[in-house]
Design a binder for this molecule. Sequence first.
Ligand SMILES: Nc1ncnc2c1ncn2[C@@H]1O[C@H](COP(=O)(O)OP(=O)(O)OP(=O)(O)O)[C@@H](O)[C@H]1O
Length: 250
Amino acid sequence: MSEPIIQLDSLSKTYKNGRGVHNISLEVRRGEVYGFFGPNGAGKTTVMKMLVGLSQADTGSARLFGYDVITHFTQAMQKTGVLIETAEAFEYMSGSANLALAARFYPELGKGRIDEVLELVGLLPYKQEKVAGYSLGMKQRLGLAAALLSKPELLILDEPTNGLDIEGMVDMRELMVSLAREQGMTFFISSHMIQEMELMCSRIGIIVEGRLVREGALNELVDGVHVASLEQLFMASVKQERGKAAHVHV
Ligand SMILES: Nc1ncnc2c1ncn2[C@@H]1O[C@H](COP(=O)(O)OP(=O)(O)OP(=O)(O)O)[C@@H](O)[C@H]1O
């Protein structure tokens, strides 16, 4: 079996308002496309921020490539590309100039790398245009291009197809699957779109109300509980977890 790239061990965080995530443990191995799936407000972004050291857990740990993201941040993030929430870019600069700015952090990259990533995400024809004129989908692609710049081995993407039209979604999905297959890249992708996850991911974790309620290979998850689809499994998991939460509150 290939080595673990992401290891979350009993990760918990509670915000002041009492919401947050509880006891999240999971592993993602090299070359997997892992779908982190849950409804709005379930806790996906909270987990992803802890995963990349943007926020600190109350208890538990997050390791990337075997390194703790808090105590060994540089090593953990060295081969990791990240796109969390909508990509930020300087609107008054072109797509290409934005990437040139980001590329300053990676002096080892060759001159052609910017065009290479722009080509990968389908933005090469628009590289001289100002980002202010880009659509939301184009900005999302530019964010992915920036995340790919350093030739990462792991990509952590929060809702990467957000704001894309159908064609954009298919393109983005195919790009991610091909990067995983051909370059052995590992992906951790959050989404609340079930069809997306089914088409793209080899393993899935379902998070509801801050708890990881199901986890495993896509086919095992569905077969194991005798449901016809991931959608059915998801709805059953949400009902079950919300039922439990209601029980606790009364
Ligand atoms: N900084 C914060 N302070 C207080 N509560 C927060 C904070 N950030 C998130 N929350 C709450 O924690 C819960 C999880 O939020 P999170 O953004 O992680 O969910 P999500 O699954 O990413 O949702 P979405 O799909 O809508 O982006 C929600 O109830 C949210 O309101």
